[in-house]
Design a binder for this molecule. Structure first.
Ligand code: PEP
Length: 250
């Protein structure tokens, strides 16, 4: 069975609730009737109710960009998986490189968040990827193996059924540099083999691995035509409704 692609928007720290509503007003008619792939939009936390309200009669899913692993407690500023579900979120990005780079996210916190997201029934999109120095030093495979091994630690194949992974080479995020389809394919194959070791062949065969890093309307088609690439995580180019619609409908 071919894997259904997922085209997921990561809005990062952009847009107010009004701007989120404006986005959907323009975006929804552009993708009406387009059912080939799944679409998810991950806005900032404060925009979630506006996005969920705007997308309610569509097939578009709404996700968060992060979460905390505890259910509740004295964790000022944090949001739990249960809270995301309560407002109508279905997806959550975990371990984005910007969180690893600026906010102290580690392989171990990614693992705790992944366990909590799966336990709660969210669809986690776990981001992995090497920085430029690691690629140039020939360490890409080691880095991806370590990130996968630690993220997947002590999670059963049964629990991981909803898992989605995004391969995001950090040097390609927001830089306009995109991995070649061949380079992305190599990384995706490695991630899939790590998933097979952790969760078994069946889950690995069904696992969706997205590519992220400067995906634009003019490069999406060549990336998506690779068998190993099961969709995209799109930052900058997802902020504009026309550009995100063009990507979705590549
Ligand atoms: C991202 O934020 O995950 C991302 C891939 O950003 P961009 O598309 O802007 O490179």
């Amino acid at each position: 069975m071919p894997r259904k692609k997922l085209m997921a928007a990561n809005w990062k720290m952009y847009k107010t609730p009004d701007q989120a509503r404006d986005f959907f007003r323009e975006f929804l008619p552009l993708v009406a009737g387009h059912s080939r792939d799944e679409i998810a939009v991950c806005p900032p936390f404060v925009d979630l109710p506006a996005a969920i309200g705007s997308a309610k009669d569509s097939k578009i899913s709404i996700g968060a960009q992060d979460m905390y692993w505890e259910k509740e407690g004295a964790f000022t500023g944090e949001i739990s998986a249960g809270m995301l579900l309560a407002v109508g979120c279905t997806h959550v990005i975990i371990g984005h490189s910007e969180r690893r780079q600026y906010f102290g996210e580690t392989d171990d916190t990614v693992n705790l968040k992944l366990k909590a997201a799966l336990e709660a029934g969210l669809i986690p999109i776990v981001c992995v990827g090497e920085v430029l120095e690691e690629r140039e030093a020939g360490l890409t495979e080691d880095v991806l193996r370590r990130q996968c091994l630690r993220a997947f630690h002590a999670i059963s194949g049964k629990k991981a059924a909803k898992l989605v992974v995004a391969y995001e080479p950090v040097w390609a995020i927001g830089t306009g540099k995109t991995a070649t389809p061949q380079l992305a394919t190599e990384a995706h194959s490695l991630i899939r083999s790590e998933a097979a070791k952790a969760f078994g062949e069946t889950l690995a065969d069904n696992l969706r691995i997205l590519y992220g890093g400067s995906v634009k309307p003019d490069n999406v088609k060549s990336l998506m035509s690779e068998k190993e690439i099961d969709g995209a995580l799109i930052g900058g180019a997802s902020l504009d409704p026309k550009s995100f619609a063009a990507i979705v409908k590549y």
